[in-house]
Design a protein around this ligand. Structure first.
Ligand SMILES: Nc1nc2c(ncn2[C@@H]2O[C@H](COP(=O)(O)OP(=O)(O)OP(=O)(O)O)[C@@H](O)[C@H]2O)c(=O)[nH]1
Ligand SMILES: [Mg+2]
Ligand SMILES: [Zn+2]
Ligand SMILES: [Zn+2]
Length: 224
């Protein structure tokens, strides 16, 4: 079964036994590799165009003087997000999934080979924009995050219960557009709190830099 394709080469990996168990094993290998270098990694999932890259860019802008940040840009094709990260002067890797709509731990292993892990404290892994299958692929990170925005409508949590139920940090972005699109952020917050009472949902307007401090604090990164 071909399930892992990276940008440089196509290769097939034989998965024996339970596929999920195999994914967990690979995620464990990623976790161990990150631990070896003391890298704290975050898997940023979320809807297409919800503001994942801009949110990460805002965090980088605030923290790069004090924290060495790296990024993996996961996209089906192209290098747009990768180039945005590189513009901020941080080490980054472009990870094109081509036929897949999610990252998996094996792809992340290849990306890690390209990064100077000894020079990175915090690694943002931007997943492919999608609220469905990224939820099924553990990456071996410290924390999973889901980013949605008001412009996708007020029903995102109700339509994608799995990913929100299993993710305890959610960002609701584009607060500046809420009135324009006639979406009440409170409804989305209420849906999430009902589904995941122990989770945290943070409201941001990444465009104008609002809520970024709260997001940084929720990640457990210094936000002075
Ligand atoms: N008004 C407004 N626009 C935003 C905000 N956050 C992001 N955008 C804009 O929304 C568009 C998509 O933002 P990105 O950061 O590229 O979104 P993304 O989730 O990384 O998109 P993909 O990687 O393609 O899934 C860009 O034009 C951003 O400038 C926000 O809080 N308010
Ligand atoms: Mg992006
Ligand atoms: Zn997928
Ligand atoms: Zn490989």
């Amino acid at each position: 079964m071909a399930w892992a394709i990276d940008s440089k080469e196509m290769h097939e990996i034989e998965l024996t036994g339970d596929v999920l168990a195999a994914q967990e094993r690979l995620a464990g290998e990623v976790r161990a590799e990150l631990a070896r270098f003391g890298v704290r990694a975050f898997n940023v999932m979320g809807a297409i165009g919800s503001g994942k890259t801009l949110l990460i860019e805002r965090v980088i802008e605030r923290l790069r003087e004090r924290i060495r940040i790296g990024a993996i840009a996961g996209d089906v094709a192209g290098s747009d997000d990768y180039e945005r990260f590189r513009k901020l002067g941080i080490p980054a890797v472009n990870l094109n999934t081509e036929t897949e709509c999610h990252l998996d731990a094996h792809l992340v292993q290849h990306a890690l080979e390209e990064l100077p892990l000894g020079e990175i404290d915090v690694l943002f892994i931007e997943n492919v924009g999608n609220l469905v299958c990224p939820a099924d692929f553990p990456l071996g990170v410290e924390r999973n995050i889901v980013v949605i925005s008001v412009t996708e409508g007020d029903d995102m949590v109700r339509k994608h219960p799995k990913i929100f139920a299993q993710t305890d940090l959610v960002v609701l972005n584009k607060l500046d557009l809420a009135e324009l699109v006639e979406v009440e952020p409170e409804r989305i917050v209420a849906d999430y709190n009902r589904l995941n009472p122990n989770g945290t949902i943070i409201l941001t307007d990444a465009k104008h830099g609002r809520g970024i401090g709260e997001f940084i604090a929720a990640l457990g990164l210094d936000s002075r």
